[in-house]
Design a protein around this ligand. Sequence first.
Ligand SMILES: Cc1ncc(COP(=O)(O)O)c(C=O)c1O
Length: 366
Amino acid sequence: MKVLESIFKPYIIKKDYDGGITRSEISHSDWKGTVWKLSSNENILGPSPLAQRAIIDNISNLHEYGFRDDHSLKEAICNTVTYLRPENIVTANSGIEVLELITRAFIQPGSECIISSPTFIAYKNMIENEGGITIDIPLNQKDYTIDIEGILAGINDKTRIIFLTNPNNPTGTYTNKESIDHLMDSLPDDIVVVYDEVYYHFVDAIDFPRAIDYIEKGKTIIGIHSFSKAYGLAGIRLGYGISNPEISAYLNNIKRPFMINTLSMVAGIHALKDVDHLNKTLTLIKSEKQWLYKKFQTLGIKYWPSHTNFIFFEPKIDLDLFINKMLHQGIMIRPCQKFGAPNGARVTIGTREANTAFIHALETIY
Ligand SMILES: Cc1ncc(COP(=O)(O)O)c(C=O)c1O
């Protein structure tokens, strides 16, 4: 209808990012065995048992408004992540919601925002929903590191946000401290760097830079953290951003009272205390990653060494056909065309049982 079109914002249109498919969407598959969901970088060990207990204990409180603000969660974060203080933190219903708060807070129609494909495609949707313009400075093709000089050459007066995903999704690669230092030292203070480090728990590299390194130096940077990955709480939708107190207070202004629901709040607080679950998760990912590398090598499949809980690889056959063939053997993995990797697929690292099923399915295709 013409009238409605005139009141709709022209830049709010259907965008590419739909998230990965869920189990319920694959009911058309004729596979009768176990379905392994290895498509969304979730924690195969499930939610933290302490978080589950806390959810059950709080179900009978749901008739009441729970937490007017996020103070207790911020305290719990600071008890675990000891370099943070509550005034550094802004919590939200998922890492994506933190990203959304940031794009709402900083983008004006016409603002330019830099992303580096192949990467997490949700940034583009959020930029464009605020009327911003996405500028893609692709990763260096040889090793999927961030093209620092390309980004520096791409900034101008309209540049508002630079999204750095480190380690990167879907490639699992990381960009080292020396390179990020150089970028941060060269940027003007009025460009906001969104430093998405949601997979940081899985990184072993000693030269991996963290958002806190730059927050402490007074840089205009916001680190993105999520409870969906190492903490195993993707379904609860909880995340937080970290920055200097001025930026965090500014972002906190946008938030509404009671924004984080009671169950998310207690789940997050208890997942942070569950060191045992976190350590089990990290140990599993580390050893299974090595097992999977060997299998990829034996099968002659090109893959990229990963600093995350997933591995990016190139199937030798048409990508859609490949994904479909895997699905018909009960294996859900993620095609990466929409991330900007037309020939790439991404598999979440699972338990040995899940990984064996994945490799077995691969072997029947190769
Ligand atoms: C790089 C990156 N950033 C942010 C997120 C958002 O995580 P969530 O919204 O589940 O907290 C994801 C999820 O896959 C991701 O891969």
